[in-house]
Design a protein around this ligand. Structure first.
Ligand code: IVH
Length: 723
């Protein structure tokens, strides 16, 4: 028998309860989310809709009736004097979301204001506070055409309630389920941006003041933490891991039982709301509140704006969207709050959400999709990158079908397999990546664990050369070098780029055409191109063909550093190419250099030396160089430096302040001629700091690190070999 619509709705509601409770527990309590936020929101809205249609299905234990989270064993619980509520999320991520909120606010205010509007016409200028129980409902005539709002960022962190008594921090608690949270005072005290005592200079502090805000982690602090973790892991530390994202790392740190660990995590804090306040807070709007918070000593976001009317909210939403990826921390949207506390009070709450605030999110940067295949791409230097081919998915504003898995270690760590459901992330212009696999959804017939070597049978998929993976390297590489067809296009583009020999107009499309047509196989082939073969290409006018021929001819006169850089030798960037050219003077001297000779060059260590030796050892690379010279590529050759005349080889020197007689450039030239590297900032690697008059922070830093400091006389003695 078919079930009734009510019965199937009841089934759906039960299923949604189970799923949402599980996801909320993973997210709030374990700090290990199982699904992207957008997916959680979608299911939540689905449940809200069913409950609206069938009110009898709404139970007290529904996920819509509480905020997720429970007290962890080991933390004391505290009841919030004023519940910590959540804000409604505007589901429409377009500008309509902001307009819909404004329309609701105006409608509700009109409804409430009407009976009293007449009385209120006589404008009452007295300032009232929401903390004053006896304030009249309407104190001012309201301009209902243009409501004032405060627009803020929606920080992606962890909400915290800070209780100050007589100006001193006494208890800090997490939101928990909104009614009671966990006491995390010791951990919170480690956060530098949270005042332990409030500043009373500019703003009186009520006897009891609860400040609410978001603990978060800056992206640079997060990256630095992961870098330290990776260093520990590669040094063999067991039980260490890298962290997935700043939000979970911040939440994990706040809920550490050991405050020493929280202290190491560099957390930050923004204040944005109040909890319980004794009745003497002289604040009557959200805008005044953000100023009072700053006066008390809290960090308040510089992006907070006072907006009048819906258009201003729309503009704020667009403005923040444009800056989102360059902010130093993650946000998942913006929050609009009605500015006047009086209006906030009139609007009140619906179930557990204020009518006066809304979260307006941005299109999700993470989505689910399935892995159709795992391909392996060959890069310019032969790096083999596993790439997941995905069922098309709209994420971060575009349709994504490929996502990088970075390298074999990453692919294995995430254990991505064909057929898996995965979370893909695309933030800004960053290449889309697979964040994680939803193991729950792995089918019994999912592919095998990824093994790059096995998949390729040990050979490059494009040229069949053997592949290698060096010690300490995460990536496998094709050893085919410039002759590997997959590397060829990339190598040609690299050689022709502006910072290498520069062939103007030789872009990706043209290189594709030339290589695909088999006209160009190696870099020297470029210089054998005739006008007719270029002009014969599709969509190539005679004039453009002539331009390319001219550009190629101009590029023949170059410099040794540009030529070296253009060869695309692994680990040889622009500045290393310059150092090599300066040191050896000629290409032949460089090609003939032994490992120990290479190691004499500034900034050349064993890895760069090895890359150079490998490159020049390959006959086909030497052949390419020979042919390029035969085609007329030329550069002024210099003279090799004699190491015996370079007493400061391997030294790094920093100049600061004004020297009595030597100009800065003269000092720099003399140092470089003696083989030293002149750097701009002081670090542990600095050998000497040369300080003149008015030397500033660099001198302080040198003293702090115990680095030798010289004056001009000392410098001259050093150059003369006397130090
Ligand atoms: S105001 C009643 N302002 O979003 C309103 N919340 O869903 C109280 N959040 O728990 C919150 N940025 O963790 C507010 N500028 C902001 C916020 C913000 C992030 C978080 C906060 C809160 C959740 C509400």
């Amino acid at each position: 028998m078919l079930s009734s619509p009510f019965e199937s709705a009841a089934d759906a509601v039960r299923a949604l309860h189970v799923e949402l409770h599980r996801f909320a527990h993973a997210y709030y309590t374990l700090d290990a989310p199982l699904v992207p936020d957008a997916e959680y929101d979608r299911l939540f809205v689905e449940l809200q809709a069913l409950e609206a249609e069938y009110p009898s299905l709404k139970s007290a234990d529904s996920p819509t009736q509480r905020v997720g989270g429970a007290v962890l064993d080991g933390f004391e619980a505290v009841r919030h004097r004023v519940p910590m509520l959540s804000i409604r999320t505007e589901t429409d991520t377009t500008e309509q979301g902001a307009r819909a909120f404004d329309a609701r606010v105006r409608k509700e205010l009109i409804k409430r204001a009407q009976p009293m509007q007449v009385a209120a016409q006589a404008k009452n200028a007295s300032q009232t506070s929401i903390f004053d129980e006896n304030s009249p409902l309407v104190t001012e005539s309201i301009d209902l055409d243009a409501i004032e709002y405060v627009a803020e960022l929606k920080f992606d962190g962890l909400a915290i309630n800070l209780r100050y008594e007589q100006g001193a921090l006494v208890v800090a608690a997490t939101r928990g389920d909104g009614e009671s949270g966990e006491v995390v005072t010791q951990n919170i005290r480690t956060i530098g941006q949270i005042p332990l005592r409030l500043n009373t200079d500019r703003q009186a502090v009520p006897e009891v003041l609860e400040v609410r805000g978001e603990v978060y982690m800056r992206r640079d602090d997060f990256e630095a933490l992961n870098e330290r973790q990776r260093a520990k892991i590669s040094a063999g530390a067991s039980g260490e891991k890298t962290f997935v994202n700043p939000r979970n790392t911040a939440a994990g740190a706040v809920r550490q039982l050991d405050p020493a660990i929280a202290a190491q995590r560099s957390l930050s804090f923004f204040a944005y709301a109040l909890g319980e306040v004794s009745s003497d807070a002289q604040v009557d709007s959200q805008w005044a509140l953000s100023q009072a918070l700053a006066a008390w000593g809290f960090a308040v976001s510089q992006h907070t704006r006072l907006c009048v009317g819906a258009d201003a909210l729309v503009a704020f939403h667009a403005d923040v969207a444009a800056q989102r990826d360059s902010l130093p921390f993650d946000i998942d949207g913006v929050v609009y709050k009605v500015n006047s506390f009086e209006q906030q009070r009139q609007l009140g709450f619906v179930s557990r959400e204020p009518r006066w605030a809304v979260a307006h999110k941005y299109p999700a940067q993470e989505q689910f999709t399935t892995v159709l295949a795992i391909d392996i791409q060959v890069g310019r230097t032969g790096k083999l990158t596993p790439v997941a081919k995905l069922a098309p998915v709209f994420v971060g504003g575009v349709t994504v079908t490929n996502a990088t898995l970075h390298n074999e270690d990453e692919a294995r760590r995430k254990d991505v397999r064909v057929g898996d459901t995965v979370v893909v992330r695309r933030a800004g212009d960053v290449i889309p990546e697979v964040v994680s696999v939803v193991l729950d959804k792995r089918a019994g017939d999912a592919g095998e664990a990824f093994d790059l070597y096995k998949r390729l049978g040990g050979r490059c998929p494009d040229c069949q050369s053997p592949i290698v993976r060096e010690d300490g390297e995460a990536a496998w590489r094709c050893t085919g070098g410039l002759f590997c067809p997959a590397q060829r296009k990339q190598a040609i583009l690299h050689f022709a780029q502006r910072r290498a020999v520069e062939v103007e107009g030789l872009g990706e499309k043209l290189v594709d055409q030339l290589v695909d047509a088999g006209i160009v196989k190696t870099i020297p082939d470029l210089y054998r191109l005739g006008l007719s073969s270029l002009a014969a290409l599709e969509r190539m006018a005679e004039k453009s063909a002539q331009n390319i021929v001219d550009a190629l001819s101009r590029s023949k006169t170059t410099t040794l550093p540009r030529f070296l850089y253009g060869l695309g030798i692994r680990n040889v960037g622009e500045s290393t190419a310059k150092d090599l050219a300066k040191h050896f003077g000629t290409l032949d001297a460089l090609m003939a250099a032994s490992q120990s000779e290479l190691l004499q060059v500034t900034d050349v260590g064993p890895i760069v030396a090895e890359s150079l030796l490998q490159f020049f050892a390959q006959a086909h690379n030497r052949e390419v160089i020979h042919q390029l010279r035969a085609c007329g590529l030329n550069w002024p050759e210099g003279v090799a430096r004699d190491a015996s005349q370079q007493p400061l080889l391997g030294c790094t020197v920093v100049l600061t302040g004004t020297l009595p007689t030597l100009g800065r450039d003269a000092a720099k030239d003399m140092l470089e001629a003696a083989g030293a590297k002149v750097a701009g900032s002081v670090s542990k690697k600095t050998s000497y700091v040369v300080a003149g008059a008015e030397a500033g922070s660099k001198l302080d830093k040198a003293r702090e690190l115990g680095i030798a400091v010289l004056d001009e006389a000392g410098l001259l003695a050093l150059l003369a070999g006397g130090a």
